[in-house]
Design a binder for this molecule. Structure first.
Ligand SMILES: [Zn+2]
Length: 465
């Protein structure tokens, strides 16, 4: 890594290029990205949405609930070791689809129409980035304790008392019957022996039977593992986890507050930013999330309803890049089921890799909208089916929400941004933390509250990172 402002010598590359060892190493590789795909094979994986089951279901959808988050590490001092404060904002955007539709479906969306059909709820969480600790605690303990307090005090929307902690307990239970506690199988203390049977931790927390430290409900996130790698990793993981809890909390709120939850569930589309999957420290949340959604779709099916209508949309990444590359081979209005082999090819994995099993609670499809754009989506399977393995995983019929989801996405597709739909653009805007002047104001506020000197000269390299 160069020092800030350092420039390499103009001819610095010459010895590298001429190095025989480097030339030999390069000759051993081949490009794994962008493998060639046979257009005829691609089309075999496609089905017109109009041929899928679920005709008419999309007409009942009246509201789109979208959750998105953003984070900003703010460096508050130039002294060493540096001090950073992490600001996170999660936005829940609610679009009234009937109002939006009634205003007509133009090529470009009228801002005034959007303003009247859209409302949003946001919550902000501040976490100690680096160089900060509460009295008597280390930096990691301060981070964990602060995250837990945020979980217990942050509500998932403005009409509910359900907190992020409640959502986490709901996720580990079933719709309408949250688990009283979550089983934790690793201790946040470095080198503490893993619990043999797990330790149940509820909202009030507990202590580790081995090392005696305080254990919090939010430790289920395992953000201590990410934290040890980097503050940025922990913050990104915490934000991603809070997005998922906000989404699940909104679903759970509907379930708990309605006499006939199936009616509100069939008329609501939930949109998540990114695939329906958990990565890094959040990995252990995949199974409880899948079980919760499975129970919910089972409940809905018993009432003759297809729900939840939940979709994850990938704006970037290897599958979004791939979708753009092959877009013209997917007929307009068709949805393409990506086989596991196909996933492995795109992701550059070995052909026997069990793609999706560890992280995904939804199945990935490519959808060529009726307007010609392409979206990378994941939707959960019906009750009793795993999205990537076992009976029914590769059948279109195992995804009964696919047709209504695609049909609603058709209405919401926008040309203004690549791989985007209007609700995600709105949610992203609502979640955005300020840059420029606003960023400086955040830093100033942090400096003031922490009693640190007011400085404006922060290293430029980090200013807008
Ligand atoms: Zn321990």
């Amino acid at each position: 890594m160069p020092y800030y402002g350092e420039r390499a010598h103009r001819l610095g590359h010459v010895p590298t290029i001429n190095n025989a060892e480097i030339q030999r190493e390069l000759s051993l590789w081949e490009a794994s990205a962008a493998p060639a795909f046979d257009p005829e094979e691609l089309e075999k994986l496609c089905v017109p949405v109009s041929a899928l089951p679920g005709e008419g279901l999309s007409e009942a959808v009246a509201e789109v609930v979208t959750v998105d988050g953003s984070d900003a590490p703010v460096e508050v001092t130039v002294s060493y070791p540096s001090i950073t404060v992490d600001f996170t904002r999660v936005a829940c955007s609610i679009l009234d689809l009937e109002k939006y539709r009634s205003a007509g479906k133009g090529r470009f969306v009228d801002q005034a129409t959007l303003n009247t059909s859209h409302r949003e709820y946001t919550f902000d969480v501040v976490l100690p980035g680096s160089g900060l600790r509460a009295p008597g605690l280390g930096e990691l303990e301060t981070w964990r304790k602060t995250l837990d307090r945020a979980f217990r005090t942050t509500v998932v929307n403005d009409v509910s008392t359900l907190t992020l902690a409640d959502a986490l307990l709901a996720m580990h239970g079933a719709p309408g019957s949250p688990s009283p506690a979550v089983l934790l199988t690793t201790c946040p203390t470095d080198n503490c022996r893993m619990f043999d049977t797990g330790v149940a931790v509820g909202p009030a927390g507990t202590t580790c039977p081995e090392c005696g430290i305080d254990i919090y409900l939010s430790d289920v996130f395992r953000s201590h593992q990410d934290y040890r790698r980097s503050h940025q990793a922990a913050m990104t993981s915490a934000m991603s986890g809070m997005e998922r809890l906000a989404m699940l909390g909104n679903i759970e709120h509907m379930f708990e507050s309605e006499t006939h939850p199936e009616n509100v569930l069939r008329s609501t589309l939930f949109v998540a930013d990114g695939p329906l999957a958990t990565f890094g420290g959040l990995g252990p949340l995949k199974t409880p999330t899948q079980n919760y959604l499975d129970a919910l779709s089972g409940f809905a099916a018993s009432r003759g309803v297809v729900a939840p209508l939940l979709v994850g949309i990938e704006k970037g990444g290897e599958f979004a890049d791939h979708a753009n590359m092959i877009r013209d081979h997917i007929p307009v209005g068709n949805v393409m089921l990506l086989t596991r082999e196909y996933h492995n090819q795109v992701a550059g994995r070995m052909s026997d890799n069990e793609y999706g099993d560890t992280n995904y609670y939804g199945r990935r499809f490519l959808y060529r909208t009726t307007r010609g754009g392409v979206l990378v989506i994941t939707v959960p399977p019906k009750s009793g089916v795993n999205p990537y393995s076992g009976d029914g995983a590769d059948d279109f019929d195992s995804y009964p929400s696919l047709r209504p989801v695609c049909e609603v996405l058709d209405d919401l597709y926008t040309y203004r941004y690549e791989n985007a739909i209007i609700p995600l653009v709105l949610a992203h805007r609502a979640a955005s933390l300020p840059r420029g002047v606003g960023h400086v104001a955040l830093r100033r506020a942090a400096q003031k509250i922490l009693g640190l000197p007011y400085t404006t000269q922060i290293r430029q390299a980090n200013l807008f990172s």
